[in-house]
Design a protein around this ligand. Structure first.
Ligand code: ADP
Length: 613
């Protein structure tokens, strides 16, 4: 159980009446002076886990954070809640630094955010050593590990720095990265051998996952974006070229879009990121370089234009949707080409054989995600080492398509038979010609038009048949040689089908997940939010109260010069719209409305609500 004082502070500053179950352990640990290594998924609410203890403990908390934008975001958020927080990084002018140092010495700051590179300065370390530091937090702690995907050498300066402090503070390390190598490194390199390790469930019930295999991706994207045009979303692409292509298309169709990849200059990237944070553009098209710096809580969808290389990357990127706990959709667009490109890149860029095998296995597990007929959420959680009790979540494309998928056993048998009858000597083109009944010169010359399977799938077109063949390869029924000739052969799973021992089910998911539908039967928590959400979405062209509140928030955000989601997350606006509070007391009952924001913004929101007809 978390401390009474901690709950009171949570209510007062953040407007939340209780900690989430996963937050209780880290909060209690830090308050008790016990080091903690907390591995929690994105959106679990890591920052509050150390911000509340920072407020309650005597002395100063230092928070090491990898990115300037991340620091600024958190500090601005805290300041809006009247919590004395500051950051020190390269964007500050000399006189600002001096002023900040004075405030630190005077004990006027409770949380100081720093980039670890700062520790490179002996002078600065000496300065810090004289401050009453009682807690050191390492955010995105996986950056210390070479195995992590965001290695930052200066994270390794943190442990020796802590050693130097006259009194050892309590240490908390937080990350969403959970592989074992990274965990081992975090313990060793951050001096956390004796820390309590807290790993929470990875489930994000408010996210609706789906895999779609559209015949053409671009039109799909345009249609998707149009269907979600009032919402914030991220479209991830694997290459800069695709980012530019999709960005261009969306601009051409009149959408307000940002774009982001590692090839842009720092200024352009900063500008693009800000435009997105401040809701100046609703859509961000980006490579995986975009994300860690952004804590935007009201991202309603993450669309992957390509399949990522492994499940870790996918879950991290998709997890940037719905941090505020409101419903959000995560759609992955699959195509066989993505697989080929990843295989090629792994072969080209990873040279050590052991590493290459690991990468290929991870890729295969990612492909299996795209093809499984099982619950996608269950598949993912199992992948991350979690056992779950249920078999369906009713909030992913697999669960929603249950019973709607075609049985493909008949088609599979014909195709496999054609491969066997031609002695496993041909690729997809020839096999498709045979079962499709295409009497080419070669087919006539070899007499394949006299095979019993000739023309058995005449009612399907060539593209469809080839699509099926590709699916059967991905599903492991067929093998396709990777050498010069992509020759097909039968795998044991395919033989079982031929022998009548197993069936083949369609896996192609054309269904577009519409949120309202996705949530009608969705997991409990998400269901309620979704209902309110659906009610608040403008119907019949009339602006809903939710929209009006969003506009008001945007205006305030411009006046205050902070991103809208820091003023209030979407979930608070939804509650305002459905509860229609009339007094400050009503308003303070809404989850996420703390004292400072109530005073600062309360009356203006009440006015908007009372004027709405
Ligand atoms: P993480 O860093 O783990 O990705 P954040 O710290 O950004 O997560 O928190 C995600 C969201 O959850 C934020 O909008 C935050 O205000 C909200 N949140 C955190 N703790 C609670 C709580 N106890 N009750 C309700 N909402 C919470």
């Amino acid at each position: 159980m978390a401390h009474k004082a901690a709950e009171a502070a949570l209510e007062r500053y953040f407007g939340y009446s209780s900690f989430r179950p996963a937050q209780e352990v880290p909060v209690a640990s830090l308050l008790a002076g016990q080091d903690i290594l907390a591995i929690m998924p994105t959106g679990a609410g890591k920052s509050i886990c150390f911000q509340i203890p920072a407020l309650l403990r005597q002395g100063l908390t230092i928070v090491f954070s990898p990115l300037i934008s991340l620091m600024q975001d958190q500090v601005e958020g805290l300041r809006l809640q009247h919590i004395p927080a500051a950051y020190m990084n390269s964007t500050l002018e000399q006189d600002e630094v001096v002023a900040l140092m004075r405030r630190l010495r005077a004990g006027q700051i409770k949380l100081l955010y720093l980039a670890p590179e700062r520790l490179g300065s002996e002078y600065f370390q000496n300065f810090l050593c004289d401050l009453p530091i009682s807690q050191v937090i390492i955010d995105e702690a996986h950056c210390v590990s070479q195995w992590g995907h965001d290695f930052r050498p200066s994270y390794q300066l943190i442990a020796p720095f802590i050693e130097r402090l006259p009194k050892r503070p309590v240490i908390g390390a937080f990350t969403a990265s959970a592989t074992q190598e990274v965990e081992r490194d975090m313990k060793r390199l951050l001096g956390l051998e004796k820390a309590r390790v807290h790993i929470t469930g990875f489930d994000r019930p408010n996210l609706a996952f789906s895999v779609v295999q559209p015949s053409r991706k671009l039109p799909y994207v345009l249609q998707f974006v149009e269907a979600h045009k009032d919402e914030n979303g991220v479209i991830y692409c694997s290459t800069r070229k695709d980012v530019e292509k999709i960005y261009g298309e969306l601009i051409k169709h009149g959408y307000e879009v940002g774009y982001y990849h590692a090839g842009l200059s720092d200024e352009v990237r900063k500008l693009q990121q800000e435009r997105y944070a401040y809701d100046k553009v609703k859509i961000m098209v980006a490579t995986s370089a975009f994300g860690m710096g952004i804590d935007k809580s009201n991202v309603r969808y993450v669309l992957h234009y390509q399949m990522p290389r492994n499940m870790e990357s996918y879950y991290q990127e998709a997890g940037r949707a719905g941090r505020d706990g409101g419903p959000a959709v995560c759609v992955l667009l699959y195509s066989g080409r993505d697989v080929m490109i990843h295989k090629y890149l792994i072969n080209e860029s990873v040279h050590e054989p052991a590493r290459q095998r690991i990468e290929m296995t991870k890729l295969q597990q990612m492909i299996n995600y795209c093809f499984t007929t099982e619950c996608l959420r269950k598949y993912m959680l199992n992948y991350f080492g979690e056992q779950v009790q249920w078999t369906r979540c009713d909030n992913c494309s697999s669960c929603q398509n249950k019973g709607k998928l075609r049985d493909l056993t008949r088609e599979a048998k014909y195709i496999f038979k054609a491969i066997v009858d031609t002695e496993e000597r041909y690729g997809a083109a020839m096999i498709a010609d045979i079962v499709g009944g295409n009497r080419t010169d070669r087919i006539v010359r070899y007499g394949y038009d006299r095979l019993p399977v000739f023309g058995v799938l005449r009612d399907m077109d060539d593209k469809e048949i080839k699509g099926l063949i590709r699916q059967f390869v991905s599903l492991g029924y067929l093998h396709c040689a990777t050498g010069k000739y992509p020759i097909l052969s039968i795998e044991p799973a395919g033989e079982a089908v031929l022998a009548g021992e197993s069936k083949v089910q369609e896996v192609r998911r054309q269904v577009v997940t519409v949120r309202e539908e996705a949530y009608r039967n969705g997991s409990k928590g998400a269901h309620q939010v979704a209902q309110k959400w659906a009610q608040q979405q403008g119907r019949n062209g009339k602006k809903s109260l939710f929209d009006v509140l969003r506009e008001h928030r945007k205006k305030l955000s411009e006046i205050k010069n902070v991103p809208p989601y820091l003023i209030f997350p979407d979930t608070v606006l939804i509650d305002m719209a459905s509860m229609r509070p009339r007094t400050l007391a009503d308003l303070s009952n809404i989850k996420g409305v703390g004292d400072a924001k109530l005073q600062e913004f309360g009356l203006s929101f009440l006015a908007v609500i009372s004027q709405y007809k």
